[in-house]
Every structure is written in structure tokens, then in C-alpha cells.
Design a protein around this ligand. Structure first.
Ligand code: IPM
Ligand code: MN
Length: 330
């Protein structure tokens, strides 16, 4: 049996509580892991100023995967500077470890069974821009969107590969090419070029605003969706909301080339209002763990875990009770 080396970041708020349940079900599924805990997040930052040391990032290059709960404000009224740990931990990890795919599946039978492939290293998240004449009446702020042919193509190619393996074999590009004429044009041309290599995949395009309506009114329209970083961020919160709530929404930040580890995390945040009360729903963290097992080649354990979580609404009770109930089904 292979033992997988997993870096674990429980993080802040409900993060450690839901990760404890994810680890419990991994164990119940019979998968062996060597767990290395990292105390990182807003609480750590507020304690000693540490965000993400270079030495930790280097250690992570040698692990098989990272399992993360949530990082951000740890409790009501306790705030680190806005976005500092989110950018310093999540974005830095995604960029520096080249996790260029953010894969977020949504399932709520019978109408919703889709996944969003979000580009995870470019777009408006790349930090291009700045201030001019800050704090004067003539202040200027620009925030650019970085779209490279290389970055877009590897993301689109990953999406076609996924779509070629689903039952419906359908892929939609979501963008706003009627207004974002430069970035949208690059995305559409790249999409069309790669589409020629996948004649078995049927393709479509929706503007992001229309896609929001479709997600709510006719989610069965979508099988696989590929989109840029910011649209993907927004669309996947909506996806979580329509597919039963963010308590069920899981995600995989993938480095498909395996030049570094991939990171698995629930889409929900730290939920400081319910932290420490054993009330958080651990299903999103558990499904994220199942995505991790799949990526680590533990196909059988991942399939059993997915089957156990098939109707997540069956699990009621406290965080630990839900974890126990899923573990009992394995
Ligand atoms: C997410 C989060 C992050 C993002 C934040 C916390 C930086 O919202 O993973 O969707 O915007 O990517
Ligand atoms: Mn988000």
C-alpha cells in the first residue's frame, strides 16, 4: 500500500473542524497518509506576523498533496488586513506551485451534474496594475487582466480532456467577449483551435451574465464549463448556491503536469460566526478529500467516498456526527 505524504492546513474558523472529518473519512476509506500539519492562516499571522514562509513553500514542493480547510478572519471581530492571508497563502500557493486549474464539481440530481474548470493563475488575479496619485482627488487605480496564449491554452486543453471523458461530452466556454474584446477573443480563438482536436466534444459559448441565469433557471444546460479566473470565482459560488449550498461545494487546485503538489479545499470560507461550535457541514471538505484521493490514484477509495456522499442531504447533525456517518458508510 502506498503512503501519501499530505500537507494539512486546517487554517482558521471552521477550517480545522471540517478538515478533521475529512481526515477521519480518508482513514475509514483505508487510505494511508503521512500527515504533516502546518499552523498557517490569519490566527497565525495575528500571533507572530507569519503568512507563508519560503521554507514551507519549498517543503510543499516535496509533498503529494495539500489539504486545506479555510484561511481568513478567525473569529468575529478579529481581522487581519483585508485579503492579506488569502492572497499570501492561497494565491501564492496557486501561482508559485503552478496549480493552473481550479476544478469545482456541482451535483444535485436530477438537474445538476456539471463541473467548472476555472483558470487559476492569470486574469485579474495576476496582480497587474497599481495606483497613481493615491489619496489625492486625482487618484487612478488600474487592475489589468493577464491572458497568455500559453495559460489559456493549457486550461482549455485540460477542459476538453475532461469533457471528452464525461457521458455528455459537452464543453461550454464562458466569458464576456462582446465587451472584453481582447481577452475574450484570445479565449475564443484558443478554444476553437483546441476544439478541432476534440471532434467528439460538442461545444458552446455563453456570456457570463447569461450563464448566471442558466445556472439558476436551467442548470442541466451544462456539463463541463471552462472560464477565466474571476468569472470562475463568481460562477462557482453561484454553482454552490444552486447545488444545495456552499456546504457541499468542493474544489481541487490542480497542477496537472505534476511539477508540484495539488491542493484540495472546500469552496466555503472560515465561517467565524459558527466556528468552534461543531456546527459546520464537513461534506464540502470530505468531497474535496475524495477529489484528492482520485488525483493521488486511489480511484477505488475515491469512488467509495463519492458513493457515500451521493445524497449529502441525508447527513444531518453536528460536524463530527456527519463525519462519523460518512465514515460508517465506507
Ligand atoms: C476562492 C476564494 C479565493 C479566490 C479568495 C479567498 C482569494 O474566493 O477560492 O474562490 O477568490 O480565489
Ligand atoms: Mn471564491
Amino acid at each position: 500500500m502506498t503512503t501519501h505524504k499530505i500537507a494539512v492546513v486546517g487554517g482558521d474558523g471552521i477550517g480545522p473542524e471540517v478538515i478533521a472529518e475529512a481526515l477521519k473519512v480518508i482513514d475509514a476509506a483505508g487510505v494511508s497518509i503521512e500527515r504533516i500539519d502546518y499552523d498557517l492562516g490569519a490566527a497565525r499571522y495575528l500571533r507572530d506576523g507569519t503568512v507563508l514562509p519560503d521554507s514551507v513553500l519549498d517543503e510543499w514542493r516535496g509533498v503529494d498533496a495539500i489539504l486545506l480547510g479555510a484561511v481568513g478572519d478567525p473569529a468575529p471581530g478579529v481581522a487581519a488586513p483585508a485579503g492579506l492571508v488569502e492572497r499570501g497563502i492561497l494565491l501564492r500557493m496557486r501561482f508559485d506551485l503552478d496549480m493552473y486549474i481550479n476544478l469545482r464539481p456541482f451535483r444535485l440530481p436530477p438537474r445538476i451534474n456539471c463541473e467548472v474548470i476555472r483558470e487559476n493563475t492569470e486574469g485579474t488575479y495576476a496582480g497587474e496594475g497599481g495606483f497613481l496619485r493615491k489619496d489625492t482627488p486625482h487618484e487612478i487605480a488600474t487592475q489589468g487582466s493577464v491572458n497568455t496564449r500559453f495559460g489559456v491554452e493549457r486550461c482549455v486543453r485540460f477542459a476538453f480532456e475532461r469533457a471528452s471523458r464525461t457521458e455528455r461530452r459537452q464543453l461550454h466556454l464562458v466569458h464576456k467577449k462582446n465587451v472584453l474584446t481582447f481577452a475574450g477573443d484570445l479565449w475564443q480563438r484558443t478554444f476553437d483551435a483546441v476544439a478541432a482536436e476534440y471532434p467528439q466534444v460538442s461545444t458552446g459559448y455563453d456570456h457570463v451574465d447569461a450563464a448566471c441565469i442558466h445556472f439558476v433557471e436551467r442548470p442541466e444546460r451544462y456539463d463541463v464549463v471552462v472560464t477565466d479566473n474571476l468569472f470562475g470565482d463568481i460562477l462557482t459560488d453561484l454553482g454552490g448556491a444552486v447545488a444545495g449550498g456552499v456546504g457541499y461545494a468542493a474544489s481541487a487546485n490542480l497542477n496537472p503536469d505534476r511539477t508540484g503538489p495539488s491542493m484540495f479545499e472546500p469552496v466555503h470560507g472560515t465561517a467565524p460566526d459558527i466556528a468552534g461550535q461543531n456546527r459546520a457541514n464537513p461534506i464540502a471538505a470530505i468531497i474535496s478529500a475524495s477529489l484528492m484521493l482520485e488525483f493521488l490514484g486511489e480511484a477505488d477509495a475515491a469512488a467509495r467516498l463519492n458513493a457515500a456522499c451521493e445524497h449529502p442531504e441525508q447527513f444531518q447533525g453536528s460536524t463530527t456526527e456527519i463525519g462519523d456517518a460518512v465514515a460508517a458508510k465506507l
